[in-house]
Write a protein that binds this ligand. Structure first.
Ligand SMILES: *Cc1c(COP(=O)(O)O)cnc(C)c1O
Length: 452
């Protein structure tokens, strides 16, 4: 299978190359050239364990990898999960289920994709006999998950920039206490935007980029989207047969990445009723799906920080289908968005989506309510999804992080902070962080000195 760019000005690439490239050179995002039809395979997939299901799904796309290689990379990606079901589906009430996506090494759903991406990068280093230096900027969860995907991988080093003092202490420990020699947690003197700006400048230096074989870790990699399709399929297969066609997945999202994966699976013939896009107070997607207007607003830091985004970078993938798969129209809309900070959509194919928005004042209330009604603890991101479930609908809420990652918010909401053994253990370990100026020159010098 080949992968095309949403902007149509990059030659189609195979899976391994599209994953290694990340962002297409024309500025677009990679998508499968055609979407396969999975409807005929559902019965056969019903009894499979998580890793086997993931292999059966990905082999349709990763046709340039030998099947046995893919199988072992996938198997290795889910061994670090603490729950035997990997993504357990729990029933909270009649027609109400929670899909727990927080049993991976960093206790958030990003592990599903970044464990796999780390193994794909590791494989690439082996077959090409090349080393890579992976660089990313994070406001928290992505950096931790990327680090845990690459720690200890021969031939790879990972450098993650984060704003010093502005990620939670536990998130910092997840990045800076791995003890792995190929991990560099770089605490930048500045904001996340400063870190992001420095990163952009470093990637713009083609010479440095090539010399150090730099690779980006970000939210738009094709492998992340495809890996995330799998847990929707897994959940769908666990539902009682009579509920499957009726199900609405309720997805806490900022970037549109998580919900896009589910929507793509629906387009591949899995009969899902629809999706609810649950935002926090950074509500660009809520406004889009209620008004048709896609417009950047001011960023307001929230209690669900991993959804604090202004521009939903994966939205362009949905746009491609929404605009009749016409890359020229995608380019025109993205150019208008770039120039004016907004664009309008005619009402149309949005029937598959409902949406809700959750303010910071509501998050602790919802955590209390879900605890009271169901005896179940949700983290602040998952709480956004419980804002308003569609009455009468079969709902599967995606629980994207463990509540133990957010002790302060949980303490404020229910008067107690849940703990998790892996986080307690981190508190005992030495913190290996490197303070650095938010300046491309300083960061490049660090990479040149420590990279592989
Ligand atoms: C990243 C993240 C999200 C948002 O994911 P999208 O890629 O924006 O859909 C939600 N919850 C948690 C805990 C996260 O780490």
């Amino acid at each position: 299978m080949k992968f095309i760019s949403t902007r149509g000005q990059t030659p189609p690439l195979g899976f391994a190359d599209a994953v290694a490239t990340g962002l297409a050179p024309d500025g677009g995002l990679f998508l499968p050239e055609t979407l396969p039809d999975f409807s005929g395979q559902l019965a056969r997939c019903a009894g499979l364990g998580y890793a086997d299901l993931c292999f059966e799904f990905l082999r349709v796309f990763a046709t340039d990898l030998p099947p046995e290689t893919l199988r072992s990379l996938v198997a290795a990606s889910y061994t670090g999960f603490a729950h035997p079901a990997i993504a357990p589906l729990r029933q909270l009430g009649p027609r109400l289920h929670v899909l727990e996506l927080f049993h991976g090494p960093t206790l958030a759903f990003k592990d599903f994709a970044l464990q796999l991406l780390g193994n794909l990068y590791g494989h690439q280093c082996r077959v090409r006999r090349e080393s890579i230096n992976v660089l990313g900027a994070t406001s928290g969860d992505t950096g931790a998950a990327a680090i845990h995907g690459l720690r200890g991988k021969p031939g790879a080093a990972i450098f993650i920039l984060y704003p010093d003092g502005r990620v939670s202490p536990l998130q910092e420990r997840q990045m800076a206490c791995t003890g792995a020699a190929n991990v560099y947690a770089l605490a930048v003197d500045g904001t996340f935007d400063d870190a992001q700006a420095a990163l952009k400048e470093i990637f713009a230096d083609q010479d440095f980029r090539t010399r150090h074989r730099l690779s980006a870790v970000n939210s738009i990699n094709l492998a992340r989207i495809l890996a995330q399709c799998v847990y929707y399929l897994y959940a769908w297969l666990q539902l009682p047969a009579g509920e499957r066609d009726e199900v609405e997945f309720v997805v806490p999202t900022g970037n549109f990445g998580n919900v896009l994966a589910g929507w793509l699976l629906q387009q591949m013939g899995v009969p899902i009723r629809g999706f609810k896009i649950a935002t926090n107070q950074n509500d660009i997607l809520y406004r889009l799906f209620t008004t048709g207007e896609y417009r950047v607003g001011a960023l307001r830091p929230s209690l669900a920080p991993s959804m604090d985004i202004q521009v939903a970078s994966n939205f362009e993938r949905f746009l491609y289908y929404r605009l009749g798969r016409d890359p020229a129209r995608v380019r025109a809309v993205m150019a208008q968005f770039q120039a004016t900070g907004g664009c309008r959509f005619e009402p149309g194919q949005e029937a598959a989506f409902t949406t809700s928005r959750c303010t910071d004042a509501e998050i602790p209330e919802i955590i209390r309510r879900v605890h009271r009604e169901h005896g179940y603890l949700v983290d602040p991101h998952t709480a956004c999804a419980f804002k308003e479930l569609t009455p009468g609908r079969v709902s599967v809420v995606l629980a994207t992080a463990s509540p133990a990652k957010f002790p302060e918010t949980m303490q404020a909401a229910i008067g107690a902070a849940p703990t998790h053994p892996s986080l307690e253990e981190l508190k005992q370990r030495p913190l290996a962080k490197h303070r650095i100026r938010a300046e491309p020159g300083a960061i490049k010098a660090f990479i040149a000195a420590h990279g592989v």
